[in-house]
Design a protein around this ligand. Structure first.
Ligand code: PEP
Ligand code: MG
Length: 325
């Protein structure tokens, strides 16, 4: 198998009928970087910057943050990298963060962009480090757990301020700055066109989005197999997102666990996703599926089945039958 995947690295990342799909990888620490070449990923679709904070015993200093980001960009050798601003709170606690509060429902609580907008010093330091590390290159930045478009506007103000500050001191700035939002909270589903217009790209965090759409704690093993990520309602949600991206010419990617399983990656591509980000070990198996996928047939399958009322078989079984065929 490993041999087959290695051979596949040289092949174009296209469906059987020639449609390009970018297979990116998720990463979060310097040790992940060699995987970029080994797995043959097209870039890093999700760099989880909070991991540097989670393995440390105090807040990483600005210099340490900048160094990590610079190392990541060096290792990527021009391939695109999307940095996510620190996604702490919820299940990701920093023992040394004195501001942390006891919460009844941490998943719904003071986390991610909510927390960093309330502690702008944290965000400002990180953004400055990212801007400095990206001097002369493109910087792609995305915000986790966005709930309202106002949060994007607030973050943009902080970013703009840092850009102005650095240019005043004649720092080497990024050649361009792309700002994206993660789509993880269902409120954004009801303002998809506005969302697509408010950002340069959207990345679906399907782990959290599934948790909130189905009201099922992502870490609760009692419920782990109860609801299906490939059920028609959730696939319809994903299709609406892909359609809104296409309609607004806003690039959409997906970086949750869904992207890393060949059967669900197949579904995503059939629904319109042309960029997905996964753990490096999944790139080989997903690419093996991709190069064998007759996309036009899969689209016809979805035309017939996705909106059809109550199927005899669950969607997953129908997709599996399509894949077996
Ligand atoms: C997600 O929620 O799907 C995601 C990619 O972010 P994380 O798993 O880090 O919450
Ligand atoms: Mg998430």
């Amino acid at each position: 198998r490993q041999e087959v995947y290695r051979e596949l690295r040289k092949k174009p990342s296209t469906t059987k009928d020639g449609v390009q799909v970018d297979l990116l990888m998720n990463a979060g620490l310097a040790v992940d970087l060699p995987q970029l070449a080994e797995a043959g990923a097209a870039g890093i679709g999700l760099f989880r910057t909070e991991l540097q904070f989670m393995v440390a015993s105090t807040f990483p200093r600005a210099e340490a943050q900048e160094k990590l980001y610079r190392d990541v960009l060096e290792a990527a050798r021009g391939k695109p990298v999307t940095f996510r601003t620190i996604d702490i709170g919820g299940d990701k606690v920093l023992p040394y963060f004195k501001g942390a509060i006891q919460e009844e429902n941490p998943a719904l609580g003071w986390r991610a962009i909510r927390l960093t907008l309330d502690r702008p010093g944290l965000l400002r330091t990180q953004i400055r480090a990212l801007l400095k590390a990206s001097g002369g290159r493109e910087l792609k930045l995305m915000l986790p757990m966005v709930t309202e478009l106002g949060e994007i506007a607030q973050a943009r103000e902080i970013i703009d301020r840092e850009v102005r500050h650095l240019s005043r001191f004649a720092h080497h700035l990024p050649t361009s700055l792309k700002l994206g939002a993660m789509l993880e909270v269902p409120s954004l589903l009801f303002q998809l066109d506005e969302l697509m217009k408010a950002v340069d790209f959207v990345s679906v965090g399907s782990n959290d989005l599934f948790q909130f759409v189905m009201a099922v704690d992502r870490g609760n093993t009692q419920l782990a197999n109860r609801f299906d990520t490939l059920s028609a309602p959730f696939l319809r949600v994903l299709k609406q997102i892909a359609d809104a991206g296409a309609r607004n010419h806003t690039p959409v990617t997906l970086c949750g666990e869904l992207a890393g399983k060949p059967i669900s990656a197949m579904a995503l591509i059939g629904l319109g996703f042309r960029s997905i980000s996964m753990s490096p070990a999944s790139i080989g198996p997903v690419k093996a599926m991709l190069t064998e996928l007759p996309l036009e047939e899969l689209k016809a399958f979805f035309d017939d089945n996705l909106m059809a009322p109550a199927q005899e078989l669950p969607m997953r079984a129908l997709l599996q039958a399509f894949a077996d065929d």
